[in-house]
Design a protein around this ligand. Structure first.
Ligand SMILES: Cc1cc2nc3c(=O)[nH]c(=O)nc-3n(C[C@H](O)[C@H](O)[C@H](O)COP(=O)(O)O)c2cc1C
Length: 231
Protein backbone atom coordinates (compact mmCIF):
# COMPACT_ATOMS: atom_id res chain seq x y z
CA UNK A 1 0.00 0.00 0.00
CA UNK A 2 1.23 3.51 -0.78
CA UNK A 3 0.76 6.76 1.12
CA UNK A 4 -1.51 9.60 0.08
CA UNK A 5 -0.66 13.27 0.32
CA UNK A 6 -3.58 15.40 1.41
CA UNK A 7 -4.06 19.13 1.20
CA UNK A 8 -2.82 21.04 4.25
CA UNK A 9 -5.14 20.67 7.22
CA UNK A 10 -5.29 19.88 10.90
CA UNK A 11 -4.11 16.34 11.53
CA UNK A 12 -2.22 16.76 14.75
CA UNK A 13 -4.09 14.22 16.85
CA UNK A 14 -4.90 12.97 19.43
CA UNK A 15 -5.58 16.04 21.51
CA UNK A 16 -7.23 16.68 24.83
CA UNK A 17 -10.74 18.09 24.52
CA UNK A 18 -11.05 20.41 27.49
CA UNK A 19 -13.95 22.29 28.98
CA UNK A 20 -13.09 25.97 29.19
CA UNK A 21 -15.15 27.95 31.67
CA UNK A 22 -15.54 31.70 31.39
CA UNK A 23 -17.37 34.58 33.05
CA UNK A 24 -18.20 38.18 32.27
CA UNK A 25 -17.86 41.16 34.60
CA UNK A 26 -21.51 40.92 35.65
CA UNK A 27 -20.93 37.39 36.94
CA UNK A 28 -22.63 35.46 34.12
CA UNK A 29 -20.69 32.35 33.28
CA UNK A 30 -20.49 29.79 30.51
CA UNK A 31 -18.42 26.86 29.39
CA UNK A 32 -17.45 25.44 26.01
CA UNK A 33 -15.30 22.72 24.53
CA UNK A 34 -11.86 23.41 23.13
CA UNK A 35 -9.56 20.96 21.37
CA UNK A 36 -7.20 23.54 19.90
CA UNK A 37 -5.35 23.84 23.18
CA UNK A 38 -1.84 23.20 24.34
CA UNK A 39 0.91 23.65 26.87
CA UNK A 40 3.25 26.29 25.49
CA UNK A 41 5.74 27.03 28.27
CA UNK A 42 6.94 25.28 31.45
CA UNK A 43 8.26 28.31 33.33
CA UNK A 44 6.27 30.49 33.53
CA UNK A 45 3.56 27.85 33.17
CA UNK A 46 1.51 28.84 30.13
CA UNK A 47 -1.20 27.35 27.96
CA UNK A 48 -2.96 28.39 24.79
CA UNK A 49 -6.51 28.07 23.58
CA UNK A 50 -7.60 28.99 20.06
CA UNK A 51 -11.12 30.30 19.84
CA UNK A 52 -13.31 31.48 16.97
CA UNK A 53 -14.42 35.07 17.58
CA UNK A 54 -18.05 34.13 16.92
CA UNK A 55 -18.18 31.95 20.04
CA UNK A 56 -20.29 33.38 22.84
CA UNK A 57 -17.45 32.51 25.23
CA UNK A 58 -14.99 34.57 23.19
CA UNK A 59 -16.66 37.79 24.31
CA UNK A 60 -16.34 36.80 27.96
CA UNK A 61 -12.63 35.98 27.59
CA UNK A 62 -12.10 39.31 25.85
CA UNK A 63 -13.95 41.13 28.60
CA UNK A 64 -12.16 39.65 31.60
CA UNK A 65 -8.92 38.24 30.14
CA UNK A 66 -9.51 35.13 32.20
CA UNK A 67 -10.66 31.53 31.83
CA UNK A 68 -10.33 28.13 33.45
CA UNK A 69 -9.17 25.03 31.60
CA UNK A 70 -10.95 21.99 33.05
CA UNK A 71 -9.54 18.61 32.02
CA UNK A 72 -12.12 16.10 30.90
CA UNK A 73 -12.62 12.40 31.58
CA UNK A 74 -14.50 9.50 30.05
CA UNK A 75 -17.40 10.19 32.39
CA UNK A 76 -17.45 13.79 31.12
CA UNK A 77 -17.45 12.75 27.44
CA UNK A 78 -21.16 13.45 26.88
CA UNK A 79 -20.96 16.87 28.53
CA UNK A 80 -17.78 17.67 26.61
CA UNK A 81 -19.49 16.99 23.31
CA UNK A 82 -22.68 18.81 24.32
CA UNK A 83 -20.82 21.92 25.47
CA UNK A 84 -19.11 21.92 22.08
CA UNK A 85 -22.28 21.87 20.00
CA UNK A 86 -24.64 24.10 21.98
CA UNK A 87 -24.16 27.77 22.73
CA UNK A 88 -24.44 29.58 26.04
CA UNK A 89 -26.37 32.23 24.10
CA UNK A 90 -29.33 29.85 24.08
CA UNK A 91 -29.02 27.64 27.14
CA UNK A 92 -27.41 27.28 30.54
CA UNK A 93 -24.93 24.48 29.88
CA UNK A 94 -24.00 24.17 33.55
CA UNK A 95 -27.60 23.31 34.37
CA UNK A 96 -28.28 21.19 31.30
CA UNK A 97 -25.21 19.03 31.93
CA UNK A 98 -25.57 19.07 35.74
CA UNK A 99 -22.06 20.41 36.12
CA UNK A 100 -21.12 22.16 39.33
CA UNK A 101 -19.47 25.59 39.17
CA UNK A 102 -17.03 26.20 42.02
CA UNK A 103 -15.28 29.42 42.77
CA UNK A 104 -11.63 29.61 41.88
CA UNK A 105 -8.95 31.40 43.85
CA UNK A 106 -7.75 34.03 41.39
CA UNK A 107 -10.10 34.34 38.41
CA UNK A 108 -13.80 35.13 38.11
CA UNK A 109 -14.58 32.19 35.84
CA UNK A 110 -15.89 29.26 37.89
CA UNK A 111 -14.16 25.87 37.81
CA UNK A 112 -15.94 22.61 36.92
CA UNK A 113 -16.07 20.57 40.15
CA UNK A 114 -16.44 17.28 38.25
CA UNK A 115 -13.14 17.82 36.44
CA UNK A 116 -10.00 16.22 37.98
CA UNK A 117 -7.80 19.23 37.19
CA UNK A 118 -8.64 22.92 36.82
CA UNK A 119 -6.16 25.48 35.57
CA UNK A 120 -6.95 29.08 36.42
CA UNK A 121 -5.59 31.18 33.57
CA UNK A 122 -4.94 34.85 32.85
CA UNK A 123 -4.54 35.93 29.25
CA UNK A 124 -1.21 37.57 28.44
CA UNK A 125 -1.52 37.87 24.68
CA UNK A 126 -4.00 37.36 21.87
CA UNK A 127 -2.84 36.41 18.40
CA UNK A 128 -5.36 36.72 15.56
CA UNK A 129 -4.31 33.78 13.42
CA UNK A 130 -7.24 33.40 11.02
CA UNK A 131 -10.42 31.47 11.77
CA UNK A 132 -9.18 31.21 15.35
CA UNK A 133 -7.65 33.72 17.70
CA UNK A 134 -5.12 32.20 20.03
CA UNK A 135 -5.14 33.29 23.65
CA UNK A 136 -1.82 32.74 25.37
CA UNK A 137 -2.36 32.59 29.08
CA UNK A 138 -0.41 32.25 32.29
CA UNK A 139 -1.56 29.45 34.60
CA UNK A 140 -2.03 31.22 37.93
CA UNK A 141 -3.31 28.24 39.94
CA UNK A 142 -3.78 24.51 39.53
CA UNK A 143 -6.49 22.63 41.43
CA UNK A 144 -6.44 18.84 41.58
CA UNK A 145 -8.94 16.33 42.89
CA UNK A 146 -7.39 14.60 45.90
CA UNK A 147 -8.94 11.30 44.86
CA UNK A 148 -6.14 10.91 42.34
CA UNK A 149 -3.25 11.62 44.69
CA UNK A 150 -0.92 8.74 45.51
CA UNK A 151 0.72 8.21 48.91
CA UNK A 152 3.90 9.92 47.80
CA UNK A 153 1.90 13.01 46.80
CA UNK A 154 2.13 12.33 43.08
CA UNK A 155 -0.95 12.97 41.07
CA UNK A 156 -2.13 10.07 38.93
CA UNK A 157 -4.21 11.61 36.18
CA UNK A 158 -4.67 8.32 34.35
CA UNK A 159 -6.82 7.06 37.25
CA UNK A 160 -9.32 9.77 36.31
CA UNK A 161 -9.59 8.22 32.80
CA UNK A 162 -8.76 11.29 30.71
CA UNK A 163 -10.68 11.93 27.52
CA UNK A 164 -8.94 12.21 24.17
CA UNK A 165 -10.23 13.72 20.92
CA UNK A 166 -8.91 12.33 17.66
CA UNK A 167 -10.11 13.33 14.22
CA UNK A 168 -13.75 13.77 15.17
CA UNK A 169 -13.94 10.93 17.71
CA UNK A 170 -13.60 10.61 21.46
CA UNK A 171 -11.47 7.96 23.13
CA UNK A 172 -10.03 6.97 26.50
CA UNK A 173 -6.25 6.85 26.79
CA UNK A 174 -5.82 3.07 27.09
CA UNK A 175 -3.10 1.19 28.94
CA UNK A 176 0.01 2.78 30.37
CA UNK A 177 3.05 1.83 28.29
CA UNK A 178 5.80 3.32 30.41
CA UNK A 179 6.77 6.35 32.44
CA UNK A 180 8.84 9.37 31.43
CA UNK A 181 12.40 8.23 30.71
CA UNK A 182 11.65 4.51 30.96
CA UNK A 183 13.47 3.86 27.71
CA UNK A 184 16.80 4.66 29.35
CA UNK A 185 16.11 3.48 32.91
CA UNK A 186 17.50 0.16 34.07
CA UNK A 187 14.71 -0.83 36.49
CA UNK A 188 11.03 -0.19 35.85
CA UNK A 189 9.47 2.04 38.49
CA UNK A 190 6.84 0.32 40.65
CA UNK A 191 3.77 2.39 41.29
CA UNK A 192 2.47 2.55 44.84
CA UNK A 193 -1.31 2.80 45.06
CA UNK A 194 -2.54 3.73 48.55
CA UNK A 195 -4.67 1.09 50.25
CA UNK A 196 -7.54 3.54 50.56
CA UNK A 197 -7.59 4.15 46.82
CA UNK A 198 -7.22 0.47 45.99
CA UNK A 199 -10.34 -0.23 48.02
CA UNK A 200 -12.17 2.59 46.30
CA UNK A 201 -11.08 1.28 42.91
CA UNK A 202 -12.65 -2.12 43.45
CA UNK A 203 -15.60 -1.24 45.65
CA UNK A 204 -18.82 0.68 45.42
CA UNK A 205 -16.92 3.85 46.16
CA UNK A 206 -15.39 3.62 42.70
CA UNK A 207 -18.74 4.02 41.01
CA UNK A 208 -19.74 6.77 43.37
CA UNK A 209 -16.39 8.44 42.79
CA UNK A 210 -17.33 8.91 39.14
CA UNK A 211 -20.49 10.78 40.03
CA UNK A 212 -20.51 14.51 40.36
CA UNK A 213 -19.15 15.66 43.69
CA UNK A 214 -18.93 19.13 45.11
CA UNK A 215 -15.26 19.67 45.70
CA UNK A 216 -13.94 21.27 48.85
CA UNK A 217 -11.88 24.42 48.37
CA UNK A 218 -8.35 23.52 47.29
CA UNK A 219 -5.66 23.44 49.96
CA UNK A 220 -2.47 25.25 49.22
CA UNK A 221 0.35 22.84 48.39
CA UNK A 222 4.07 23.73 48.37
CA UNK A 223 5.18 24.60 44.82
CA UNK A 224 7.62 21.70 44.53
CA UNK A 225 4.80 19.14 44.75
CA UNK A 226 2.71 20.72 42.07
CA UNK A 227 4.15 20.43 38.65
CA UNK A 228 6.49 18.09 36.87
CA UNK A 229 9.90 19.40 35.91
CA UNK A 230 10.42 17.34 32.81
CA UNK A 231 8.32 18.80 30.00
C1 LIG B 1 -14.55 18.26 20.39
C2 LIG B 1 -14.77 19.72 20.12
C3 LIG B 1 -13.69 20.57 20.07
C4 LIG B 1 -13.86 21.94 19.83
N1 LIG B 1 -12.78 22.76 19.80
C5 LIG B 1 -12.94 24.09 19.61
C6 LIG B 1 -11.81 24.96 19.60
O1 LIG B 1 -10.67 24.54 19.79
N2 LIG B 1 -12.05 26.28 19.41
C7 LIG B 1 -13.30 26.80 19.20
O2 LIG B 1 -13.44 28.01 19.02
N3 LIG B 1 -14.39 25.98 19.19
C8 LIG B 1 -14.23 24.65 19.41
N4 LIG B 1 -15.33 23.83 19.43
C9 LIG B 1 -16.65 24.40 19.19
C10 LIG B 1 -17.23 25.15 20.40
O3 LIG B 1 -17.02 24.44 21.59
C11 LIG B 1 -18.74 25.33 20.16
O4 LIG B 1 -18.93 26.18 19.05
C12 LIG B 1 -19.51 25.83 21.36
O5 LIG B 1 -20.88 25.62 21.12
C13 LIG B 1 -19.27 27.29 21.68
O6 LIG B 1 -20.01 27.59 22.82
P1 LIG B 1 -20.45 29.06 23.22
O7 LIG B 1 -21.18 29.66 22.02
O8 LIG B 1 -21.34 28.84 24.39
O9 LIG B 1 -19.20 29.81 23.55
C14 LIG B 1 -15.17 22.46 19.66
C15 LIG B 1 -16.27 21.58 19.71
C16 LIG B 1 -16.08 20.24 19.96
C17 LIG B 1 -17.26 19.32 20.04
Amino acid sequence: MGRQMWKPGNMLYPLPAVLVSVADRKGNSNLFTVAWTGTVCSDPPMVSISVRPERYSYLMIEETGEFVVNLTTESLAYATDYCGVRSGRDIDKWREMKLTPVKGEYVQAPMVAESPVNLECRVTQKIELGTHHMFLARVVAVHVDERYLEENGRFCLSDAKPLVYSHGRYFGIGEELGTFGYSVRSKPAVRKVPAMRQKAKHGKAAEEGQKAKRRKPSKRIPDKRQSSKVE
